[in-house]
Design a binder for this molecule. Structure first.
Ligand SMILES: Cc1ncc(COP(=O)(O)O)c(C=O)c1O
Length: 302
């Protein structure tokens, strides 16, 4: 198996906040240096099942934006397994700029072929997927963000005896695969909260379809929109790292954690609640974010 079960338990750390609730973080970001957090688990069954079938000409194809953690992770899996990968990247304009983009450079170094498609073409990913499946009948075509039924099964591995003891389970939400797995496999008495990094009103329905349970709430924590990096959030991320020694990134986990702190201040969680948030990784994105911030003469993420 290319993606193995970790030899040791993923640590859960308490974040000392001096409030009437207790806050913890499960460090899925530590699972693998390059395939980190939820990406590891979303790819776990997708990749392992595909390779177990011993495909004639193995090839993994997927989709993502310029700073996509998923693209970075799939390219790393390809390099690890010695199989070619293809990334369909949103934005034709990146064709001449990928050298300045740390995520795409990392993917390229891992041997990923990059195909840049217009935003219009990218919007119709289903059509592209059909085309790619015909063109490469032996390939595994993984959807954007890696979200599908296999991904949901993989996310189950983030839950274990150690996570049963919490009243609230929190995760950042992009395409909805991670929260679907948590909400599908958590305990009856647990409440799941998804912190939406993207303003997408269809998420509630798509998550319900994958999880078939209604034990989750979604809270907008996009802070100005998907991928928008705001200065207050940078301050929060930097303070968080200085205070607790835990790095966060500005697209998903940084925004989720800032929102959780706001909710705690507002008294959202009842007294004595135990709240667990999942660190879903994505720290590779900090370098790319800093390239943009530097160009704009703004404070950087430490
Ligand atoms: C770091 C990080 N956290 C959270 C998410 C959201 O996961 P999902 O797309 O499964 O909702 C992503 C996207 O995969 C991510 O890269």
């Amino acid at each position: 198996m290319v993606l193995q079960l970790p030899a040791e338990k993923i640590p859960i750390q308490e974040i000392p906040i001096d409030k009437k609730i207790r806050l913890f973080i499960k460090r899925e970001d530590l699972i693998h240096p390059q395939i980190s957090g939820n990406k590891y688990w979303k790819l776990f069954f997708n990749i392992n099942k595909y390779l177990a079938e011993k495909p004639e000409k193995p090839y993994v194809i997927t989709f993502g934006g310029a700073f996509s953690n998923h693209i970075a992770a799939v390219s790393a899996v390809g390099s690890l397994a010695g199989i070619p990968t293809l990334g369909m990247i949103r934005g034709e304009e990146l064709k001449d700029k990928w050298l300045q983009n740390p995520t795409l450079l990392f993917a390229k170094k891992n041997g990923m072929n990059l195909q840049f498609v217009s935003r219009e073409e990218y919007r119709h990913k289903e059509k592209l997927t059909e085309f790619l499946k015909t063109e490469f009948p032996h390939a595994l075509v993984v959807p954007e963000g890696g979200t599908n039924e296999e991904a949901v099964e993989g996310i189950k591995m983030m839950l274990n005896d150690d996570t049963k003891d919490f009243d609230y389970l929190c995760t950042a939400v992009g395409t909805g695969g991670t929260i679907s797995g948590i909400s599908k496999f958590c305990e009856e008495n647990q409440k799941v909260i998804g912190f939406k990094a993207v303003r997408d009103n269809s998420l509630e329905d798509s998550i319900s379809k994958l999880t078939r349970r209604r034990n989750f709430d979604l809270i907008d924590s996009s802070f100005g929109g998907y991928g928008k990096i705001n200065d207050e959030n940078i301050r929060f991320i930097n303070d968080f790292k200085l205070n607790y020694g835990i790095p966060l990134e500005p697209i998903y986990t940084g925004k989720m954690m800032q929102k959780i702190f706001e909710l705690i201040e507002e008294g959202y969680f009842p007294e004595n609640s135990k709240v667990l948030c999942f660190h879903t990784g994505g720290l590779q994105g900090i370098e790319g974010a800093n390239v943009l911030l530097e160009k704009q003469n703004r404070n950087l993420i430490i």
